[in-house]
Structures are given as structure tokens and as C-alpha cells.
Design a protein around this ligand. Structure first.
Ligand code: C2E
Ligand code: CA
Ligand code: CA
Length: 850
């Protein structure tokens, strides 16, 4: 052996370890910077969310105060006892407007100011006192009073934030009017005004923050004005401002992780040092042993004794045969490997011991060119008569003999077979898998099936297998697949093939089925067998199957085509109501191609901005006022023109494109609505897919924060299918949405099965009666009474009822007569593009101002 000079092992080891240390240092620095970045991002998100919740809390208090004061001010009795005369007995002693407003609602101040702006009734902290409202509030209030009186006809109260003794307070004012009480007659002249004062003292703020998960909400002091977490109250913060302490999840994360990273760094450093030391020592040893090896080489190569040792230490045995093919030498190892005795075999023929499939060993070795190195795989029987496999290596030796080694490769060959089996069979069911099926199919197609003796391919897919997995768990799902495999196996003949090619997809290849009738009979048997209930761990499980059929040579003669066509037929079977079968037909392909084309176009179209949003106004029926608009999506296809949602929403839902599409609609609708007058809301349709996947809550929260649209101006329309598919999940999502402050209405009401029960148990704000009921109005009294019943139900559950599809003035009259709240339809306005809708809004505003 020639030994080439080489560089020292010590130097090499040092250099590579140094590189490793640099790399580790870099990884640690990178991790730490990433962590700091993530922590900062977390903190700022938390900050924005708490600001959003604080704003919501203040708005909700303001809304409550307005609702409460409306109930007291627009009230016939109050008009008689506080405006016409001032009756303290009625108001304070009989508690109509007395101390309970402080004890129950926490209104600190309660005043009535008469037509000449003098305070005639005042209750402060539940005690009847005599004090001027202006004096108690510490500021002039004539503007507030004017505003309240101006809102008398429309029953709109006014609110303002004041700072009273440094404490921010919300003051609501409403003109006292007879309301809808027909027994009280209204007088001419300016009305009296009722004032409610609610102060935001520390206890109130603590409670308010707690309800929305905002910590440490308090009045901001002058030295905090530069802080970020500040919400000014009233115009320019004239009513003071609120401050709170947002949680710092990022800082907490840093506090937890940084020490850990530091410790990990220290450990890794220590380990690198230890390894460096050890490798240096090992490398030094290697260097020196290398030197000594060189000198002993010569001695080693000449030692025959040592050679024998090596021979016996190896797992192979060594043999020698003479020119008559008889063993002249067999090494000791032979006995351990085969269990046979050396004595018995020395002198025996090698052909007796070893056999091959290609002929005897003597024949093989006699062939020309075999005297050089040759390798032959052979079989033999060991002492227990078990079949074993050995690899024989041979080369010619003196006097026409041979010598060589024999390696036992039984385990290796067995493992190889097993791997091959596994690679062609499905691990769960043991059925052939896709690649075995492919091989089988190719083989069958090579024998050229004929019209009389066709090759039939069935693709069978379980219907509604996913719910089994989702509801009962994967273990049961696996058992179902095994049971189905077993049943399929029972339905076919011996030369046929059943393969599992995907989750719940099977392929059957049938040989001896001639006519379509026979194929149908086979499909019938398969479906019947699968439909039989399965009892699995106390569950009774029902599944069914759909089958697509393609035949060679009629439909195709290529494996790939046959598979594709059977798949298309399967798709049609599913569309045809499942639990059935379909033969492939030529036009199926065209239909699917067209649909695929549309699907591709849509994917592209969403990215290219081909979607358009139209708005259909919604009106209050009683006075014709516009209250909001429904956003309806359209697709401006470059060749097909404007496509209506009914033609592409189903495709979007099936392909998952509904998520980007829905996102676009939600964002665009909110962006538009921000520019509308504050009294108008926008309503957006949601698919049930969007409801179940795609983080709806996060999306809505993000859109509200990013567009700045007030949450109560956004309405989400959902259909009953959302609840049918996953009632408890839906309830959870709806509650979260309500916490954000958006409105939710049930669309297409009346077309489903059990809408009524859902209305009671889910937090809806409104219902939209399906237009099929409205379109028949006038034709039958039935529909009128149905709508009437829905309106009464809506009233009883405090839901806003909207009628859709108002197409004629008669429809509108009927709906008015039964006091339906809101309406939408071509008669009132068609859906308009965004610009046309803006024009309408402006015209409307002008009309109101006149
Ligand atoms: P929908 O939610 O029931 O929407 C009302 C549909 O009725 C709209 O059809 C509207 O143009 C139509 N309509 C309004 N007034 C009348 C009328 O007086 N008579 C008649 N015959 N029809 C009227 P459009 O815009 O074709 O929308 C169809 C459906 O597509 C919608 O039904 C909704 O389910 C869905 N859709 C529309 N936009 C979206 C969207 O952005 N996302 C989702 N997921 N679905 C949407
Ligand atoms: Ca709708
Ligand atoms: Ca509808």
C-alpha cells in the first residue's frame, strides 16, 4: 500500500470547528433579532386592539344613554307632569323620574329645564335638590338645549362630553314631547328639556374597561398627554380623555425568551469548546497512529496466520473446489452460517449444495470467461431445511479449480421484497396502490381489449366520508376504509383488481364484464354492499359511494386517458346526486372544460381586478328613507361581459376562491361605505365556506380597523346553511362578531328548513324575507299572511325585518300595511354601480335638506 502525504488532522479539525462556531453565532444573533421584531409587532397589535375596544365601550355607553333618555323624554306622562306643570310628587316621590335612575343606572345628575331655560327639577346623586343645571355642570348649555329641541320631531336626543370638576361626563339632552301618546295634546312654543348626566369616575371606568378586556382604564392626567393609548372624549377632547395600559405580550415574550436564548448560547459555546478539545486530542492520536501504521504494513501483508483470522472473523465463508467440482476446502464459518457440517461436505459436489434458477453451478462456471471474477446468486437449504439465499463470488484457481466466498443474503433479499411490496400496496388497507394499479392497467391494455371483451375501469369515491373522519375520528375513519376495501374485494372476481388510489378513492378494473347492463349490475352490487351499515366501536356508520365508469377500447385505449375519463364520469355522478354511477360520455368533457376555463378565468380575474361591486339601496318602508345598501359582486369578464354572481359564486365556493373574493368584497364595501353619510350602513353577503374557514373574525376586525368604518355600520348577511353545517361553531363565530359590534342578518329567510329555531338561539339583528314570498304578494293571501307572521315574529324577537324583491307599488303598499320595517327591490332601486350609488346618496341628502 502506498501512503500519500497529507496535511495534519489537527489543523483540519480546528479550521472546521471555527467555521461552525461562526455559523452558530450568526444563527443566535438572527434568532434574537427576529424575536425582538416579533415582540414589537405583538405589542403594537395589542395597542391597536385595545384602542378599538375602548372606543367601542364609549360608543356603547353613549348609545345606551341615548336609548334610555328617549324612553323618558318622548313620553306622554312626562310631558304632562314635567312640561305642562312641574309635579315633584309624580316625578320624585312616585319614582317616575326619581332616585332609581341613580341607583339603577348610575346617572349622577338629572335635570328638567323649562321653556325659558330655567331649571325646574333637579336630582343629584338620587337626592332632590334645588340647583341650576348650568351651575352644577359648570358650563353654559344653551347650545345643547337648542340641539335637543331641534331633535324633538325626529325624537333624536343630543349628547355631549363635558368635564365636570375635572371628571369627564357624558350629558344627554332630549326635548320632552308627548311621544306617540294620543291622549296628551302637544302645546305650541319651545319644549322643556330633560338632561341626564353620567360621569366617568374611576369605578365606572374600571367596570367599563373590564367588560371589554381593557386594563387600567382611567382619566388621563396632563403628564400623560404624550402617551399613545389615549382616547379624547368629545370635540377635540373638550370632555377630557381616557388613558389605559395595554398589555405588552411582546415584552412578556422577550422577558421569557431572552434568558433562555442566552442560556442556550452559553451551553452551545461550552459544548463547542469541549468538542474542540476532544477532536484536537483525537486528531493528534490519529496523526501519530498513522505514522506507526506505515511501518507495520509490510509485516501485516506477509502474515498468513493473520489472514486466516480475518477469514474466520468475516461473516462469509470461503471455499475451494477442484476440477471435478468437489469441495477441497470449506472455512469454519460455514458451519455457523448454514448449520451444516464441514466434514460431510468436503469431497461432495458443489452442485448438490447450491442451486440456481439458471442451471447448475458447474454449468455456469464452465462457461467461457468465467475464470475471472464471477458472482452468482444461489439457493440452498440449511440444517433445518429452510430455504436460504447466498451470493457466490468465484474466480479460477490452480489446476482448473475455483475458489471464492459465499455471502448469506437471505435477509437482504427478503427486505428488498418487502419494500417492493410496500411500494406497490396501500399500507392501511393492503390493497394495491396507484402505482401497482397503473402497472396492472398497462399490462391489461397491452393485450388489446375489444368491444366484445372490453376492459372496464370504475373509479369509486365515498360520499360524505369527511364527516365520518371529522366527527368520529381518524381511527374510525380508517376502520371504515378497511371495511369498504373488504366489501369491494368480495364483489369482484379473481382476475379483477381493486386498488386504493387516494383517501377515499378506489379504482376497480374488471375483465369479464361485457355489456353495459352487466357493468350496471356490478355497480349496483358495489353500491348496495357499501351502503350496508357498519357497526364500529358502538357507532353505526353509514357511507355510500359514487362511481364513474370508462371502458377500453370504446372510450380510450391509453391508461391515463381512461383514468381521466372515469374521473370525469365520477364528477358527473357526484353532481347527479351521489350514491349513483355514470358512464363517461363525450360531452361531459366539454362541460367540464368550460367550467375549468371559467375557474381559471376567475382565478386570474380576481387578481386582475375584474370584480365590480354594485350597491342596492335598502329603505325604511314607513317613511321611504334610505337606511343602507347591500353590496353585490359582479365579474367584468374580458370576453363574456358582466357575469352575475349566481354563475360564479358556486365555482368560487367549490375551488376555495371564495376566500380571496370575499376578502375583496368586504374590504371594498367598507372602503366605499366610509365615504357615505353616517346614517347609512353597508351589508355584505358571506358564504358558509367563509364562515367556517379563513379566520372570519380576524378579517372583519382588520377591515374595520383599517378602513375606519364604525362597526355598527357593517352588516353581514348569512344564510341558514351556515348553521346547518356546523351549528355550535357558527354560534361561537357569531358571538365573536357581535363583540366586534357588527350586525348580523339572516338572508333568504323562509327558504330553509328550520329557520325559526335558529332565530331564537342565535344572535341575529335582522331577517331578510326571501323574494319568492314577496313576488307572489297580491296573487295569494297565503303569502301575505306568511309575511305578516314573519313581521310579528321579528317584532317579538326585536329583529329588523326586511322584505327583498319589491317589484311593484302594490308590493310596497301591502308591506306598508303590515308594518314591515325595511325593503329592497327593483321597484325602489336596482343595484347601482358605486358612482351611480354615490349620486343617488347625494340627491337624497339634498332632498332631505330642502
Ligand atoms: P341575495 O343575497 O338574495 O341578493 C339579492 C339578489 O336579488 C341580487 O341578485 C339582486 O340583484 C336581486 N334583486 C334585488 N331586487 C330584486 C327584485 O326586485 N326582483 C328580483 N327578481 N331580484 C332582485 P344578484 O346580485 O344577482 O345576487 C345573487 C346572489 O348572489 C345573492 O343573492 C347572493 O346570494 C350572491 N352574492 C352576491 N354578491 C355576493 C358576494 O359578494 N358574496 C357572496 N358570498 N355572495 C354574493
Ligand atoms: Ca343578500
Ligand atoms: Ca336574499
Amino acid at each position: 500500500m502506498v501512503v500519500a502525504p497529507r496535511s495534519s488532522n489537527v489543523a483540519l479539525a480546528r479550521a472546521s470547528l471555527l467555521k461552525l462556531a461562526w455559523l452558530l453565532g450568526f444563527v443566535f444573533t438572527l434568532t434574537t433579532s427576529l424575536l425582538v421584531y416579533v415582540a414589537k409587532d405583538l405589542d403594537s397589535t395589542e395597542e391597536a386592539e385595545s384602542a378599538f375596544h375602548t372606543k367601542n365601550a364609549v360608543q356603547s355607553i353613549e348609545k345606551n344613554l341615548r336609548t334610555t333618555i328617549k324612553e323618558y323624554a318622548f313620553w306622554g306622562s312626562a310631558y304632562s307632569h314635567l312640561h305642562k306643570t312641574v309635579d315633584h310628587e309624580w316625578a320624585f316621590v312616585r319614582q317616575n323620574l326619581g332616585p332609581t335612575l341613580y341607583s339603577d343606572f348610575g346617572f349622577e345628575g338629572l335635570f328638567v329645564v323649562n321653556a325659558k331655560n330655567q331649571t325646574v327639577y333637579s336630582v343629584v346623586k338620587g337626592t332632590l335638590v334645588s340647583v341650576e343645571a348650568t351651575a352644577w355642570l359648570g358650563q353654559p348649555i344653551h347650545m345643547l338645549l337648542d340641539q335637543a329641541r331641534a331633535g324633538a320631531d325626529s325624537e333624536t336626543p343630543a349628547t355631549v362630553f363635558f368635564k365636570i370638576d375635572g371628571v369627564p361626563s357624558l350629558v344627554a339632552a332630549a326635548a320632552i314631547t308627548p311621544g306617540t301618546d294620543p291622549t296628551v295634546e302637544a302645546e305650541d312654543g319651545p319644549s322643556s328639556v330633560l338632561l341626564f348626566v353620567e360621569t366617568f369616575d374611576s369605578a365606572r371606568l374600571e367596570a367599563m374597561g373590564g367588560g371589554y378586556g381593557v386594563k387600567g382604564l382611567h382619566i388621563s392626567t396632563s403628564d400623560e398627554v404624550h402617551e399613545v393609548s389615549i382616547l379624547p372624549l368629545g370635540k377635540d377632547g373638550s370632555g377630557g380623555s381616557l388613558h389605559w395600559t395595554p398589555e405588552k405580550p411582546g415584552q412578556q415574550l422577550l422577558a421569557l425568551m431572552l434568558p433562555l436564548i442566552a442560556i442556550a448560547g452559553l451551553l452551545v459555546g461550552l459544548m463547542t469548546w469541549v468538542i474542540l478539545r476532544r477532536t484536537t486530542i483525537a486528531a493528534q492520536a490519529l496523526d501519530s497512529s498513522y505514522e506507526s501504521l506505515k511501518s507495520s504494513q509490510a509485516a501485516l501483508s506477509t502474515s498468513e496466520a493473520r489472514f486466516r483470522d480475518v477469514v474466520e472473523a468475516s461473516s462469509d465463508w470461503i471455499w475451494e473446489i477442484d476440477s471435478t467440482w468437489r469441495f477441497t476446502y470449506i472455512s469454519e464459518r460455514f458451519e455457523m452460517v448454514t448449520g451444516l457440517s464441514r466434514e460431510d461436505w468436503i469431497g461432495a459436489s458443489i452442485d448438490e449444495l447450491l442451486q440456481t434458477e439458471l442451471g447448475t453451478i458447474s454449468q455456469l462456471l464452465s462457461a467461457p470467461n468465467r475464470r475471472h471474477n464471477t458472482s452468482i446468486q444461489c439457493n440452498y437449504a440449511d440444517i433445518r431445511d429452510h430455504a436460504r439465499i447466498t451470493q457466490l463470488a468465484a474466480r479460477g484457481a490452480v489446476e482448473q479449480g475455483f475458489r471464492g466466498t459465499a455471502t448469506d443474503i437471505t435477509d437482504e433479499v427478503e427486505a428488498h421484497r418487502r419494500i417492493e411490496y410496500l411500494s406497490r400496496h396501500d399500507a392501511l388497507t393492503g390493497l394495491p396502490n396507484r402505482s401497482r394499479m397503473q402497472e396492472f392497467l398497462d399490462g391489461k391494455l397491452k393485450t388489446a381489449p375489444t368491444l366484445d371483451q372490453p376492459l372496464v375501469m370504475l373509479i369509486l369515491d365515498l360520499d360524505r366520508f369527511k364527516p365520518v373522519n371529522d366527527l368520529l375520528g381518524y381511527a374510525i375513519g380508517d376502520q371504515v376504509l378497511n371495511e369498504v376495501s373488504r366489501r369491494l374485494g368480495e364483489c369482484v372476481r379473481s382476475g379483477d383488481l381493486v386498488a386504493r388510489i387516494g383517501g377515499d378513492e378506489f379504482v376497480l378494473i374488471l375483465n369479464d364484464v361485457g355489456s353495459p347492463e352487466e357493468v350496471e349490475a356490478a355497480c349496483g352490487r358495489l353500491i348496495d354492499s357499501i351502503e350496508q351499515p357498519m357497526i364500529l366501536e358502538d357507532h353505526e356508520v353509514f357511507v355510500s359511494a359514487s362511481i364513474g365508469i370508462a371502458m377500453a377500447p370504446n372510450d380510450a385505449t391509453e391508461a391515463a386517458e381512461l383514468l381521466r375519463y372515469a374521473d370525469i364520469a365520477l364528477y358527473e355522478a357526484k353532481a347527479g346526486g351521489r350514491n349513483t354511477w355514470r358512464f363517461y360520455a363525450f360531452d361531459m368533457n366539454a362541460k367540464i372544460m368550460e367550467r375549468r376555463q371559467l375557474e381559471n378565468d376567475l382565478r386570474h380575474g380576481i387578481k386582475q381586478g375584474e370584480l365590480r361591486l354594485h350597491f342596492q339601496p335598502r329603505f325604511r318602508i314607513a317613511d321611504g328613507q334610505m337606511v343602507g345598501a347591500e353590496a353585490l359582486v359582479r365579474w367584468q369578464h374580458p370576453e363574456r361581459g358582466l357575469i352575475s354572481p349566481d354563475s360564479f359564486i358556486p365555482i368560487a365556493e367549490e375551488t376555495g376562491l371564495i376566500l380571496p373574493l370575499g376578502n375583496w368584497v368586504l374590504t371594498t364595501a367598507c372602503e366605499r361605505a366610509v365615504s357615505w353619510p353616517e346614517s347609512l350602513f353597508v351589508s355584505v353577503n358571506l358564504s358558509s365556506t367563509e364562515f367556517q374557514r379563513g379566520n372570519l373574525i380576524d378579517r372583519v376586525r382588520k377591515v374595520i380597523i383599517e378602513t375606519g368604518l364604525e362597526a355598527h355600520r357593517l352588516e353581514l348577511e348569512i344564510t341558514e346553511s351556515v348553521m346547518l353545517e356546523d351549528a355550535s361553531g357558527a354560534l361561537e363565530v357569531m358571538r365573536e362578531l357581535k363583540r366586534l359590534g357588527v350586525r348580523i342578518s339572516m338572508d333568504d329567510f323562509g327558504t330553509g328548513y328550520s329557520s325559526l329555531s335558529y332565530l331564537r338561539s342565535f344572535p341575529f339583528d335582522g331577517i331578510k324575507i326571501d323574494r319568492s314570498f314577496v313576488s307572489c304578494l297580491g296573487e295569494s293571501d297565503d303569502d301575505k299572511s306568511i309575511i305578516n307572521a314573519i313581521v310579528s315574529l321579528g317584532r317579538a324577537l326585536s329583529l329588523t325585518v326586511t322584505a327583498e324583491g319589491i317589484e311593484t307599488s302594490e308590493h310596497l303598499e301591502v308591506l306598508k300595511s303590515i308594518n314591515c320595517d325595511e325593503g329592497q327591490g327593483y321597484f325602489l332601486s336596482r343595484p347601482l354601480d358605486a358612482d351611480a350609488f354615490d349620486l343617488l346618496v347625494r340627491a337624497n341628502k339634498a332632498a332631505v335638506n330642502v
